[in-house]
Design a binder for this molecule. Structure first.
Ligand code: ARG
Length: 441
């Protein structure tokens, strides 16, 4: 069942056969492989390289294989070198001699290149749609919970913010990720079919025909590049890595927030698990898995970068390694985006807990300084006055807003009754550029 037996006088070693076969991995390209072959046959007929009768026979045979796979009658497995060999051997078994004409003016090098581009284009679209769902879930959760919470720097309570503004930061990240994916999809939108093994073909084929049939924007400009280029996989995997990094940061926050120390959110039981020994435990496993799987996607990117770095042009069998890495990375990123959307949809935001954390953290200290500035104190002096005020509050175990005017006057004469309204946590968000946070983004 080899496509290349002619030049060989002895059989391939069994171990070599197992080592060489890519079918268990590239069988998922079956749909793209048949689509590529259907377009190729139509083009060969168009260019008078096959008769219309031969074309019909080949197309019927390919469609029959397609249907048998769809109905589960035919499994894409067995002793074949790869998905391309599988289709060609199946076809010839079904339609006889004409099947052997399928590979006219084509190499597996341009065939695998077109299969992967079609597959990567479809997956890019899927990822971009899932990112939109995630953005919608995040925005909806933010809008439904336009409440105050502590904002952090160095993981220390810093200033009052809104939950919707915090969650809105992730909406921005995922919207950039979506643009990156769409940009990569546009850049890769070139048809490598017709490049042959590396040097085109002596047949008068028409690459514009397959380009139109397979919905590519244009044929590639250079045959050698067409069969050697795996940039588009690296680019998508770089984008996937950035998505995973964003998902991992969000996961980390959800893990922290759902801890007893924060209690800012409660994750749904549906996305948590328990402990086999500690009955009280409810663990945020889904978020932890996303954080953990981030390393795996970075690993796939680096594996393929490393595989490609020393390869001479044009095709080398090393490149077969692209598939396991890309498939694992794309499966992982798709799962993680999807799970994250459901986790966000089902999570409960504990507004009261966030509000008490705001009150306990002197999150209006900057605004006391701003108040003093509005009364004419230079900012640096105001900063120092409020610093001393905080030491006093810590000693007295009181919030700034809980001090009496008499106590406040010990620190600055400019501190008056109107301070209380100025540093009220909900009022703060109605001032200056902070008004913007109320809108969520
Ligand atoms: N299984 C191969 C791959 O994934 C297909 C291309 C084989 N081409 C060749 N000249 N052996 O890269």
């Amino acid at each position: 069942m080899k496509l290349w037996g002619g030049r060989f006088s002895s059989k391939e070693h069994e171990r070599m056969e197992q080592f060489n076969t890519s079918l268990p991995v590239d069988n998922r390209l079956i749909e793209q492989d048949i689509a590529g072959s259907l377009a190729h046959v139509a083009m060969l007929v168009h260019c008078d390289l096959l008769t219309p009768e031969e074309g019909e026979l080949l197309i019927n045979g390919l469609e029959e294989i397609q249907n048998d796979i769809a109905s589960g009658q035919l499994l894409v497995e067995g002793n074949y070198e790869d998905v391309h060999s599988f289709v060609e051997v199946q076809l010839t078994e079904r339609i006889g001699e004409t099947g052997k004409k399928l590979h006219t003016a084509r190499s597996r090098n341009d065939q695998v290149a077109v299969d992967m581009r079609l597959y990567a284009k479809a997956k890019a679209k899927e990822v971009s749609g899932l990112l939109q769902n995630l953005m919608d879930s995040l925005a909806a959760k933010g809008q439904a919970n336009d409440v105050i919470m502590p904002g952090y720097t160095h993981l220390q309570r810093a200033q009052v913010i809104t939950f919707s503004h915090h969650i809105g930061a992730y909406v921005q990240m995922f919207s950039r990720d979506k643009k990156r994916i769409e940009n990569a999809a546009e850049l890769m939108d070139e048809n490598p079919l017709g490049c042959g093994a590396l040097a085109g073909t002596t047949h008068e084929i028409d690459r514009d025909v397959t380009t139109a049939l397979l919905h590519f924007a244009k044929p590639v400009d250079n045959y050698i590049d067409g069969v050697s280029d795996r940039d588009y996989l690296l680019e998508l995997m770089s984008d996937f890595s950035i998505i995973m990094m964003h998902l991992s940061r969000l996961s980390e926050e959800l893990i922290l927030w759902s801890s007893q120390e924060f209690k800012f959110v409660t994750m749904s039981d549906a996305f948590s698990t328990g402990s086999s020994i500690m009955p009280q435990k409810k663990n945020p496993d889904a978020a932890e898995l996303i954080r953990g799987k981030t390393g795996r996607v970075y690993g796939s990117l680096f594996a393929l970068l490393t595989t490609l770095k020393g390869l001479p042009l044009a095709y080398n069998k090393d490149m077969q390694e692209d598939k396991e890495q890309f498939f694992d990375a794309v499966d992982t990123v798709i799962d993680c985006i999807d799970i994250m959307s459901s986790m966000i949809d089902t999570m409960q935001v504990n507004a009261e807990q966030m509000r008490s954390a705001v009150k306990a953290g002197f999150l209006n200290a900057t605004e006391v300084a701003d108040y003093l500035v509005s009364k004419g104190t230079p900012f640096r002096d105001a900063h120092s006055i409020v610093g001393r005020l905080i030491i006093y509050c810590e000693q007295e175990k009181k919030g700034i807003e809980e001090l009496s005017i008499a106590e406040l006057k010990n620190f600055s004469n400019s501190l008056d009754d109107d301070l209380y309204a100025y540093i009220d946590y909900d009022e703060i968000l109605n001032k200056g550029t902070k008004k913007f946070m109320k809108a969520g983004y």
